[in-house]
Design a protein around this ligand. Structure first.
Ligand SMILES: [Zn+2]
Length: 108
C-alpha cells in the first residue's frame, strides 16, 4: 500500500509541472486563443482523465480556424485555452469557426 502511494506520488508531481509549464507557456506566447498541437491536446486530455478519473477513451480537438485551441472529452468535459479577446473578429470568421467545430462550441 505504501508502495502504491509512492508510485502515485511520483506521477502527481510531473503532472503538475506539465500543467504549470503549459500555463506559463501559453500566457507568454499566446495573444488570442492559445493554439496547441494535437499531441498537446492529447496530453491535456490525459491530465483531465487522471485528475477527473474519467474513463472515456475518446476525445476530439476543438479548433478555431486552423488551430487547435482545446479538446472535448467523450464525457462532455471541455478544455479551452482561452485568452481575453481584444481583437475584433469578422463575423465570417465566427461562422466559419462554428462550422469547423461542428456546433459544439462557438467563441462568442
Ligand atoms: Zn472525460
Amino acid at each position: 500500500m505504501l508502495m502504491l502511494q509512492s508510485i502515485l506520488g511520483s506521477f502527481a508531481l510531473p503532472t503538475w509541472l506539465i500543467l504549470i509549464a503549459y500555463f506559463a507557456w501559453f500566457s507568454l506566447s499566446a495573444k488570442d486563443y492559445a493554439s496547441m498541437t494535437p499531441r498537446d491536446a492529447g496530453t491535456l486530455w490525459k491530465i483531465h482523465k487522471r485528475s477527473a478519473e474519467c474513463r472515456s477513451n475518446r476525445w476530439h480537438a476543438i479548433r478555431r480556424k486552423e488551430n487547435i485551441v482545446g479538446f472535448e472529452c467523450e464525457c462532455g468535459y471541455r478544455h479551452l485555452e482561452k485568452r481575453p479577446i481584444t481583437a475584433k473578429t469578422p463575423r465570417s470568421t465566427r461562422e466559419r469557426c462554428r462550422e469547423l467545430t461542428g456546433g459544439f462550441y462557438h467563441t462568442y
